[in-house]
Each structure stands twice: as structure tokens, then as C-alpha cells.
Design a binder for this molecule. Structure first.
Ligand SMILES: Nc1nc2c(c(=O)[nH]1)N[C@H]1C(S)=C(S)[C@@H](COP(=O)(O)OP(=O)(O)OC[C@H]3O[C@@H](n4cnc5c(N)ncnc54)[C@H](O)[C@@H]3O)O[C@H]1N2
Ligand code: MOO
Length: 401
């Protein structure tokens, strides 16, 4: 059996980067990955400015109890005149600091009278002044290629005045499902059938990663038809993901069809759930190939294998260096006394006092455990967990980010 880390390393070593890029408006770039590093053309803030509503002055002209006349009023967006010696300027948050002033006293610490403004405490030089370029320096790398753009990165690029960004083309991912027992919600359920739940988790997970998806549905129960579906999927997609049919049974044709259309490896990964995993490539008629990942059919196994393997693979295809979700350390509010030799991904929720507690029964076909969970706690191979132990925890909140 392969360890989880070895399986992931092998998988990521095959992830060929998508080299095409799109120019998109900064607002539309959320969730996309920068295709090239971006540089700041300006200092931000562009000029020294006030961090508080109040009065600007030369700190050395402060004299306890003696007011300074107010020579000008500077609002944000206005231009300031140089500060006349022996005067103060009324100033508002974000307004440029008049040349000569070196400090701002917030208005709560000022008393305004007929002779001007008096200061109730000694100002220190630089107080309540935001320096030119203290957030962004002109000419510096603003964000590096391979950065996944969250709302805060969009704000950062916009603060530097960037209206367009070059982002990696969206990954094109085809989904297909195996199993004669599968029916599609919206239709009737014949005896012996179950609904295709995996399609909905997979579709939403791919959507959250910014992928363009095509659903090839439930593959026909014949080798030639399965091969034809895979050829069609490979032609227009970077990655083809299947669910089901990767274990030892012989019911499905997907493994045979992938082998015939390219290359296939079937791995046993030392993890629970999600032990069987298939990986390979599908030749394209015009040259080149599409990647193939075969997820297990059990819904929880399929979900966990996607999170652990397919998601980092898709992020790496887009050039993200840190593709693997980094676990947090959280305290267990439960014990796990009889560990097995595989890494276990336990569905847990964050309970009272921030302790992790199991979210229902842990069978790999039981979707309710995923629904009740806030994330996955990772139990290392062969290691028990005692109440109060620190355990690695992967929150689901990151999956939709
Ligand atoms: N003799 C062995 N049997 C099994 C092994 C093994 O090592 N030896 N491994 C088990 C493990 S672990 C898993 S996980 C499953 C994986 O099996 P497959 O990937 O081949 O998947 P299927 O057999 O097609 O389905 C398994 C299970 O999941 C249900 N399923 C499949 N697709 C969907 C879907 N789209 N939506 C909802 N549910 C789905 C299917 O009906 C089966 O119940 O194999 C174990 N067996
Ligand atoms: O991957 Mo299977 O779901 O370990 O049970």
C-alpha cells in the first residue's frame, strides 16, 4: 500500500501546468490563479496622509496650553498647501498631510477656541500619519504567479490600480460515473438502484475550484461505449475524473477502457476511507493526453479522495505551489483507542470549547457523517488518539474558498 503522502507526491509530479491564460477584469478574477507575477506601478498610499480626523502640526511647535491658529482645512481627495510656520491644519482621515506637518492629533485630544486649536497631550512625531508607500512600494512584486486570488488579493491589486489580471485558463474537467445501480435524481428509482450522489459533491467541489465541467453522466455498461466516452472526454478536457469501479470487482469497464485508451495505475492508498485510487492518462487523437483520476464509488471515500488528491492536483495544474490543504492543530474531544495501519480521515465537528467530536457513524457509505461534520481529523497510521490530544484538522470551509 502507498502512504497518503507518497500517493499525493506521485500524483502532483504528473500535474502538467496549464499554459494558456485569460485577461479578466479584477472583479471577475476571484478564485482564479495568477498566470504571471504582478508589479506595483505606484506607491500606496501615494502620499503621507492622516489616519485620524483631527489637526496636523509640526510636533516641535507644540506648546502646552497654547493654541495654534488653524490655517487650512484639508479633506480626503483635496490638495494641501504647505503648513505655514506656527499654524495647524484641520485634517480628515485619508487627507494628504500638508508639507511641513509631521503629526496628527485626533480631535478628541484637541480643544478649539477663538485663538485656534490647543492640544491636550504632547504629540509624538509620526503619530497618526500613514506614510507614502507603507502598504505597497512602487516597483515591488505585488503578487507572485501562482497566487490564488481571494477577495483580499483582488483589493490589493485594485489598490495598486490594476483593472485587468492575467489568470490561468480555467481547468476543463470531465466527470463520469460508473455503476449499473445508479439513477439520476429527478427520475424514478427502479428496484436495486440508488441515486447518483457523487455527481453533486464532485460538481460543486469542481465549481468551487473554478473549473469548467462537463458531465458525461453514467457510463454505458459496454467496453466499446466506455472507450468512446473516454475519447470524447479526453479530447476537450485537461482532466477526466470518474467515480466508482476502481476496487477489485470486475463489474465496470472503466479500468479496462482507460488502459486501452492510454495508461492506468490502480493504487491501494493506506487511508480510510478512500483506499482504492486510479490514476492515468488518456491519449488524444491529435497528440497529447488528458489526465485521468478514478475516485472510489463509496460517497465518503469519493469525497475524501477528491479533497486529498484531486483538489491539490487541480490547484497544481493551475500553478499553485502550496496545493495541499494545510491542517490546523485542534484538540480531540474523543478517543480512538484501536487504530489500524491506515491514515484515517475522521469526520468531526467542532464542539463545545473548541474540541473536535465525531460527526456520526464513520462508514464510508454514510453521507450523514459528512453532512454533520465541519471537517476531517487525521489519525496517523497505527497511532491512537487520546482525549485532549492535538490532532491535525482540515476544515471544510476551505473547500469552498
Ligand atoms: N473485495 C474488496 N472489496 C472492496 C474493497 C477491497 O479492497 N476488496 N475495497 C472497498 C472500498 S475501501 C471501497 S471505497 C469500494 C470502492 O469501490 P469502487 O470504487 O469499485 O466503487 P463501486 O464498487 O462502484 O461502488 C462502491 C459503493 O459506492 C456506491 N456508489 C458508486 N457510485 C456512486 C455514486 N455515484 N453515488 C452514490 N453511490 C455510489 C456503490 O453503489 C457501492 O455501494 O470498494 C470496497 N470493496
Ligand atoms: O475507501 Mo473505502 O471507502 O476505505 O471504505
Amino acid at each position: 500500500m502507498l502512504s497518503v503522502q507518497d500517493a499525493l507526491d506521485q500524483l502532483l509530479s504528473h500535474a502538467t501546468p496549464i499554459t494558456q491564460a485569460d485577461s479578466v477584469g479584477t472583479l471577475a478574477a476571484a478564485g482564479r490563479v495568477l498566470a504571471e507575477s504582478i508589479y506595483a506601478g505606484i506607491d500606496v498610499p501615494p502620499a503621507d496622509n492622516a489616519a485620524m480626523d483631527g489637526y496636523a502640526l509640526r510636533s516641535q511647535e507644540y506648546c502646552p496650553g497654547t493654541p495654534l491658529p488653524v490655517g487650512q482645512r484639508v479633506a480626503a481627495g483635496a490638495l494641501a498647501m504647505p503648513l505655514a510656520p506656527g499654524s495647524a491644519a484641520r485634517i480628515f482621515t485619508g487627507a494628504p498631510l500638508p508639507h511641513g506637518a509631521d503629526t496628527v492629533v485626533m480631535q478628541e485630544h484637541c480643544r478649539v477656541g477663538p485663538d485656534g486649536v490647543a492640544f491636550l497631550r504632547r504629540p509624538t512625531p509620526g503619530e497618526h500619519v500613514r506614510r507614502r508607500g507603507e502598504d505597497i512600494r512602487a516597483g515591488s512584486v505585488l503578487l507572485a504567479a501562482g497566487t490564488r486570488l481571494r477577495p483580499q488579493e483582488l483589493a490589493y491589486a485594485a489598490a495598486a490600480g490594476l483593472a485587468q489580471l492575467r489568470v490561468v485558463r480555467r481547468p476543463r474537467v470531465a466527470m463520469l460515473f460508473t455503476g449499473a445501480e445508479l439513477a439520476t435524481p429527478g427520475g424514478p428509482l427502479a428496484p436495486g438502484q440508488i441515486y447518483n450522489a457523487n455527481r453533486y459533491a464532485l460538481g460543486a467541489l469542481l465549481h468551487a475550484l473554478g473549473c469548467e465541467t462537463s458531465d458525461f453522466g453514467i457510463v454505458p455498461d459496454r467496453l466499446d461505449a466506455t472507450r468512446a466516452t473516454l475519447r470524447e472526454a479526453a479530447a476537450g478536457h485537461d482532466l477526466v475524473i470518474s467515480s466508482g469501479g476502481v476496487s477489485v470487482g470486475e463489474e465496470d469497464h472503466v479500468k479496462a477502457a482507460v488502459s486501452a485508451e492510454g495508461a492506468l495505475e490502480v493504487w491501494k492508498v493506506a487511508m480510510k476511507p478512500g483506499k482504492p485510487l486510479a490514476f492515468g492518462a488518456l491519449r488524444r487523437a491529435g497528440g497529447g493526453s488528458a489526465h485521468f483520476i478514478g475516485l472510489p464509488g463509496n460517497p465518503v471515500a469519493s469525497f475524501v479522495a477528491f479533497v486529498q488528491f484531486a483538489r491539490p492536483f487541480i490547484l497544481r495544474m493551475q500553478g499553485v505551489a502550496q496545493a495541499q490543504q494545510q491542517p490546523l492543530a485542534m484538540r480531540a474531544g474523543f478517543a480512538c483507542a484501536h487504530p489500524d495501519a491506515r491514515t484515517e480521515f475522521l469526520r468531526v465537528r467542532v464542539g463545545a470549547g473548541g474540541l473536535l467530536e465525531p460527526a456520526g457513524a464513520q462508514g464510508s457509505a454514510l453521507l450523514h457523517s459528512l453532512v454533520q461534520a465541519d471537517g476531517l481529523a487525521i489519525r496517523a497510521p497505527g497511532r491512537a488518539i487520546a482525549h485532549g490530544d492535538l490532532v491535525p484538522y482540515l476544515p471544510f470551509s476551505e473547500l469552498l474558498a
